[in-house]
Design a protein around this ligand. Structure first.
Ligand SMILES: O=C(O)[C@H](O)[C@@H](O)[C@H](O)[C@H](O)COP(=O)(O)O
Length: 255
């Protein structure tokens, strides 16, 4: 695990963008596409600032070779304000003038019921959306890069502290119907899928993240989802701003 810190949000966006471009160039040495997963929250804003707004970096991004997936998604229509797909399209893709990435949404034809959401009484329908998403992932399940956020409670993807989904051993994508953070019904990448990635990078900013980062980085006994993912046997990087490290004694470097 490596922690890269920057003074402010602009610095984090530049650092993570350089890291992503490097991962893209490495992947494209041996393959025709770059396979990446993104998350919701503030990530879209960071990606736009780093990969689109900086001309020097923007010129190196080969968007038409990107295959983009969502590491977790809310079970809502794609134009719903809670949709992570919708967020990525509006914050990133809509700002691209020329080449666009292939972005893979959930199969919304499987959404039924009021407001296009699945019938809350039918767990099998939620799981069928997860199964369908697993089928459109790269056939070997290997991502070149998975970008993750970190909730103040230590959740990542839609894997929440103490949740039974942390014990999942076989499914790549699973449904969750009791997310403690709304909306309750979602699908999420699981630990077995995350464990196959070539690399994982977390982005976490702000003083509100300092207590949870202190636990993740300094408490070997922590069972938080972000800590479990950080300890996976693959290159895991954290991109944070100085505020998020306040009060922690983490050794960090500049990317
Ligand atoms: O579905 C969710 O609950 C959010 O998308 C969530 O997983 C997010 O990634 C983290 O809470 C970090 O969010 P920030 O980066 O905005 O702090």
């Amino acid at each position: 695990m490596v922690v890269y810190t920057s003074a402010d949000s602009a610095g984090v966006a530049t650092s993570v963008a350089k890291y992503i471009v490097n991962a893209q160039l490495n992947a494209l040495k041996t393959k025709k596409t770059f396979t990446i997963a993104v998350s919701g929250g503030s990530m879209g804003k960071v990606l736009k600032a780093g990969l689109i707004d900086s001309p020097e970096i923007a010129s190196q991004v080969q968007w038409d070779k990107w295959n983009v997936y969502l590491s977790d998604e809310r079970l809502v229509p794609l134009d719903h304000e809670d949709s992570n797909y919708g967020l990525f399209i509006s914050l990133v893709v809509d700002h691209l003038k020329d080449a666009k990435p292939s972005v893979h949404p959930i199969d919304v034809s499987l959404l039924t019921g009021e407001n296009g959401q699945v019938d809350g009484s039918d767990a099998a329908k939620d799981e069928s959306i997860a199964e369908a998403y697993a089928k459109v992932l790269p056939s070997d399940g290997v991502f070149d890069l998975i970008l993750l956020g970190c909730g103040p409670d230590g959740h990542t993807c839609s894997l929440f502290p103490g949740h039974a989904l942390l014990e999942e051993k076989s499914r790549s994508v699973a449904s969750i119907r009791d997310s403690p953070k709304p909306p309750p019904r979602r699908i999420t990448f699981t630990l077995p899928l995350l464990a196959k990635a070539e690399a994982i990078a977390f982005i976490a900013e702000g003083a509100g993240k300092a207590p949870v980062l202190e636990e993740i980085f300094n408490d070997p006994s922590s069972k938080l989802p972000c800590k479990i993912v950080t300890d996976l046997d693959l290159p895991v990087s954290w991109f944070v701003n100085d505020a998020a490290l306040q009060g922690t004694n983490v050794i960090s470097s500049k990317y």
